[in-house]
Structure formats: structure tokens, C-alpha cells
Design a protein around this ligand. Structure first.
Ligand SMILES: Nc1ncnc2c1ncn2[C@@H]1O[C@H](COP(=O)(O)OP(=O)(O)OP(=O)(O)O)[C@@H](O)[C@H]1O
Ligand SMILES: [Mg+2]
Length: 162
């Protein structure tokens, strides 16, 4: 910057172009990894498909059809998949409920089960990974899971719809 501002500017432009290309590539990559139902029909239908696959009786409540930025849809989709897997694996639950709510600034996705509670973030576990993945988008994961249950996990992300 100080000794050769012209070259510094050129480098900055190059870095910016590189970052833009990387983001485009990342979007394409995410599309390739997502299940087709997520790309084609969006988060709500993809979550309904997960609910049908779950061994627990799972209800989905979502008020609107919505499309979000693909990386955000993907993070939430895989988040629901992890939370439903946990409910089936650890909770001794019979039922789960999923709520998808969007307002002007945030998307909230909640997964609740009627199991025995005791969920928490452990190093190296799926919940820790989900926590990190949401943080990339300034999102949060809140878990309420007292002994005896029920367990509620709430993912919240700031977002703008497409
Ligand atoms: N819905 C739930 N009900 C009761 N306990 C849960 C629930 N979800 C998670 N737990 C508890 O919290 C722990 C941490 O969950 P986490 O998803 O991080 O790891 P994991 O499921 O054991 O492993 P992985 O996700 O890597 O397969 C679990 O081992 C389990 O004891
Ligand atoms: Mg897990």
C-alpha cells in the first residue's frame, strides 16, 4: 500500500475477482451435493421429504413457500437431517415436529421431539458441526433439552429471500 499503491490496487482487484469466482464455484458445488428435491423444490418440500423418511412420526409446519440463498437452504436442510437423526438415535422419542418460520430478517427452523432430553453440544459431534456451519452465516443453534425432555433445537439465520 505505502510503497506501491498502484500495484496494491491491482492486487486488491485481483483478490476481489478471485473471491467472487470462489463464491460462484461454492454455489455450484453446493448445488451438486444437495439432494435434487432441495434444488428443485426448495427447503420446505425437502424437509417434508426428510420427515417422511424419519422413523419417528414427524409433522412439518411451514406457513409459506420460500426460496433462500442456496448455501443457507443447504445448511438448514442438513441441520434438520442431523437433528432428526439425533431424535431417532438418542431421544427414545415417538414423535417429532418441525417448524419453519420466516420473517423480514430471519429464518427460524425448529426441530422438537418428545423424547427423554439430554442433548448437548459435544466436541466432534454433529451438533458441534452444525453450530459451526450456522455460524458461517451469522446463524445460531439453541438447544433446550432438560432431563426427561422434551428436546427443542432452534436454528436461526439472518436472511434475505430470493
Ligand atoms: N434429540 C436428542 N435427544 C436426546 N439426546 C440427544 C438428542 N440429540 C443429541 N443428544 C445427545 O447429545 C449428544 C451429542 O449429539 P451429537 O449430534 O453432537 O453427537 P452424536 O449424535 O452422538 O454423534 P454424530 O452426530 O457425530 O453422529 C448425543 O451423543 C446424545 O447423547
Ligand atoms: Mg448427531
Amino acid at each position: 500500500m505505502e510503497t506501491d499503491p498502484d500495484q496494491a490496487k491491482a492486487l486488491m482487484r485481483e483478490a476481489q475477482a478471485g473471491a467472487t469466482t470462489s463464491l460462484t464455484e461454492l454455489r455450484e458445488l453446493v448445488k451438486g451435493i444437495n439432494p435434487p428435491v432441495l434444488n428443485e423444490r426448495g427447503l420446505i418440500d425437502a424437509v417434508r421429504a426428510l420427515a417422511l423418511d424419519s422413523p419417528l412420526e414427524t409433522a412439518v409446519s411451514a406457513d409459506v413457500q420460500l426460496r433462500l440463498d442456496p448455501p443457507i437452504e443447504s445448511a438448514l436442510y442438513f441441520g434438520v437431517a442431523e437433528l432428526l437423526t439425533n431424535a431417532a438415535k438418542h431421544a427414545h422419542a415417538t414423535r417429532a415436529r418441525i417448524f419453519i418460520i420466516r420473517d423480514d430478517t430471519d429464518i427460524v427452523v425448529e426441530v422438537e421431539d418428545n423424547g427423554r432430553g439430554g442433548a448437548g453440544v459435544r466436541a466432534g459431534g454433529g451438533l458441534a458441526g452444525l453450530h459451526r456451519r450456522l455460524a458461517v452465516f451469522d446463524g445460531t443453534l439453541e438447544i433446550t433439552s432438560p432431563a426427561g425432555g422434551p428436546t427443542r433445537a432452534r436454528m436461526m439465520l439472518p436472511c434475505a429471500s430470493l
